[in-house]
Design a protein around this ligand. Structure first.
Ligand SMILES: Nc1nc2c(ncn2[C@@H]2O[C@H](COP(=O)(O)OP(=O)(O)OP(=O)(O)O)[C@@H](O)[C@H]2O)c(=O)[nH]1
Ligand SMILES: [Mg+2]
Length: 452
């Protein structure tokens, strides 16, 4: 990985805007910019200063710009950084990029600025990943989690534990050096206590993934029921747009249709499905199969019947639903067709009345969803694992530590103990990037946007 050259990219979105920001990072960032900057000698300026001037291609004025200087190591990447704020025209931006590339800069790859920041020790790997999450965050909850991780919540917690484990690993290594003398530098009871302590932290982090993942990607909620009860009408009412086709023909929806909605800062992912029934239609049958598959993956099912069905019919369907063991919320749609007496028949059951078509009861449904998913009480300032890579490393650490525990209890040589502790350290290190490979870094940073 070459970090000796100077990289350049547009850091603001493509397209025209009031201003565009072009960023350079690397040893020659300032001197390269200086070659095309008319106004003053940028190489003679101090860090953290702004300079108004012209970008010139020979005699041609390309734009009037402001150049911000950050002298290494006081910058995002810890290298020399220049941020050129120019007028946000595609043409100007292309001209400036081409010009600076001609003078020696290289077009940056996705995430390369953040990669350099990581390689230069500005933060650890999980914090770098949080930068991407922060940019992608589109709700208060996902923002809270990302900013917490970026500011090191997760890393600090792991670093402390890893340091203690490193201490034991070195003690046991020492024992190996004195193998003949049968000494014990690493107190086994203390080691056991430490591992149990680490395990409890690991378990908390591992079990936080489900919530973390939901906050990042949305709470999956499946709308299911028999054909024609009004599932697609409800999806449309929730989203406030004609997202799904609605018709009086049973079996209208064949495939799953999904979209997100932000309710009180939490992203819900609503999934409208094909109505459940036995059908000879091959395509519809495939749709029903999908419905059942999605129901099993849901965090919550909105199970819908309509006013044409009786409480007994509802009960029968709910009995079936109980078999898949996913929490549900029963709703009776088309309540506009009910008289009070009919409503009373349902009163024994715990149901929510709804008229999706008339948009009655939809707000109450949202409130019920929030309560049911019980997310209102979550504390996003607590460390949550949101990244599958971290989850896997945590699980691997846990397994390695389980081996350590076994080996303490079994009368076995210290060699194995040392090996298993090293394994655990390896996996813990993967999260924060103490242990990395080029492939891993490539994989992580290629998902970033260019210019970050
Ligand atoms: N009166 C009344 N009609 C409704 C209501 N909600 C939906 N409908 C009607 O019921 C019919 C079926 O609605 P859809 O939303 O397509 O039903 P669905 O459950 O998605 O049906 P499938 O996709 O076939 O499974 C349409 O004619 C809707 O206009 C409601 O609250 N009241
Ligand atoms: Mg439908």
């Amino acid at each position: 990985m070459n970090t000796q050259d100077t990289i350049i990219a547009l850091s603001t979105p493509q397209g025209s805007g009031a201003i565009g920001v072009i960023r350079l990072s690397g040893p020659d960032a300032i001197s390269i910019t200086n070659q095309v900057f008319a106004g003053k000698d940028l190489t003679q300026q101090i860090s953290h200063t702004l300079h108004f001037g012209l970008i010139k291609d020979g005699d041609v004025i390309v734009d009037e710009v402001v150049a911000g200087l950050y002298v290494a190591p006081k910058s995002y990447t810890k290298e020399n950084v220049v941020e050129i704020s120019c007028h946000g025209s595609n043409y100007i931006i292309q001209q400036i990029l081409n010009l600076l590339i001609k003078k020696g800069a290289r077009a940056a790859k996705p995430g390369e600025f953040t990669l350099r920041a990581f390689l230069n020790g500005a933060f650890d790997l999980s914090q770098a990943e949080a930068v991407a999450d922060l940019i992608a965050s589109d709700s208060k909850a996902s923002h809270d989690v990302a900013i917490q991780q970026m500011r090191g919540g997760f890393s600090n917690e792991l670093k402390g534990l890893r340091d203690q484990l490193v201490h034991f690993a070195s003690m046991i290594e020492l024992e190996l050096d004195f193998a003949e003398e049968d000494v014990e530098f690493a107190n086994r009871d203390q080691l056991r206590t430490l591992i149990l302590k680490i395990n409890s932290v690991l378990q908390r982090l591992i079990s936080s993934f489900e919530m973390g993942n939901v906050l990042k990607n949305g709470v999956p909620i499946v709308i299911a029921g028999k054909p024609n009860v009004g599932k697609s009408t409800l999806l449309n009412a929730l989203l406030n747009e004609e997202r799904a086709i609605v018709s009086e023909i049973a079996g209208t929806t064949r495939d799953t249709i999904e979209d997100e909605l932000n309710i009180n800062g939490i992203i819900f992912r609503f999934i409208d499905t094909a109505g459940i029934r036995d059908t000879a239609d091959i395509i519809e049958a495939k749709g029903v199969e999908r419905t059942l598959a999605r129901m099993k993956q849901a965090k919550l099912i909105i199970y819908m019947v309509d006013a044409l069905q009786t409480p007994d019919e509802l009960q029968e369907q709910l009995t079936d639903l109980n078999k898949i063991d996913i929490p549900y919320l029963a709703v009776v749609n088309k309540a506009d067709l009910f008289n009070d007496e009919q409503k009373n028949e349902f009163a024994q059951k715990e149901v929510l009345f709804l008229s999706a078509k008339e948009n009655i009861g939809v707000e109450e449904l949202k409130t019920a969803l929030l309560a049911k998913v019980n997310l209102l009480s979550i504390n996003t300032s607590e460390t949550l694992v949101t990244n599958i890579r971290h989850l896997q490393a945590l699980q691997n650490t846990e397994n390695a530590l389980a081996n350590v525990l076994n080996n303490i209890d079994n009368p076995i040589t210290s060699d194995f103990l040392a090996m298993d502790i090293k394994q655990a350290l390896h996996y813990l290190g993967e999260i924060t990037g103490v242990v990395t490979t080029d492939d891993l870094l490539e994989n992580i940073f290629s998902k970033f946007c260019i210019g970050k």
